[in-house]
Design a protein around this ligand. Structure first.
Ligand SMILES: [Zn+2]
Ligand SMILES: [Zn+2]
Length: 180
């Protein structure tokens, strides 16, 4: 595929996220972001339809949630709040990240936020965090980090639900020290 075509394809994918539509029911709730939203909102992102359900605390409306989406530094596809991510460092020192790439850390080595799609993440062991509202990295212990630090049973360790922040060992920002 010629580079131009590829760029166009990425752009087209990204444009789809803007074409949200709402099939809404129930009463309006005021969210902490200041917008009003229904309890459930149907939305289409990258051609995939799903229902956005307001959290119990009504913190973010679906628009603000979708606006916090970013693009993977490597494949350019969408990363939504709540998605698992990788924080790879480019092998090539002269690598110029695309302008939409999100930098997690510049020092001691450049780390870019990437998606956890099979084509992008080398292995499940590379799940190093989650993309969270309102647009930040929540570091989480990757299975590799867990293996290196403690394996109390000495037996094989089984990891599942790598995509679920509720089942991850989260690492506080003070410890992770992301780029400010
Ligand atoms: Zn909002
Ligand atoms: Zn990717």
């Amino acid at each position: 595929m010629a580079l131009g075509q590829k760029e166009f394809r990425m752009k087209a994918l990204w444009m789809k996220i803007q074409s949200l539509f709402y099939l809404v029911f129930g009463k309006n709730y005021r969210c902490d972001c200041g917008h009003f939203a229904k309890q459930k909102t149907q939305m289409t992102i990258d051609g995939q339809s799903s229902i956005y359900t307001l959290g119990k605390t009504h913190d973010y409306c679906p628009q603000c949630w979708a606006k916090a989406a970013i693009r993977c530094a490597w494949c350019g596809e969408t990363i939504l709040p709540g998605d698992p991510i990788t924080l790879y460092t480019p092998c090539d020192q002269n690598f110029k990240p695309p302008e939409y790439a999100v930098i997690y850390k510049k020092t001691p080595r450049l780390q870019l936020v990437g998606c956890f799609r099979r084509e992008c993440a080398e292995t499940g062991l590379d799940r190093t965090g989650f993309w969270m509202m309102p647009g930040r990295v929540q570091r989480a212990a990757s299975p590799m980090e867990i293996l290196l630090h403690a394996n109390p049973t000495d037996g094989p360790m089984i990891f599942n639900d790598l995509g679920d922040p509720n089942k991850a060992i989260l690492i506080p920002d003070e410890v992770a020290q992301p780029e400010k």
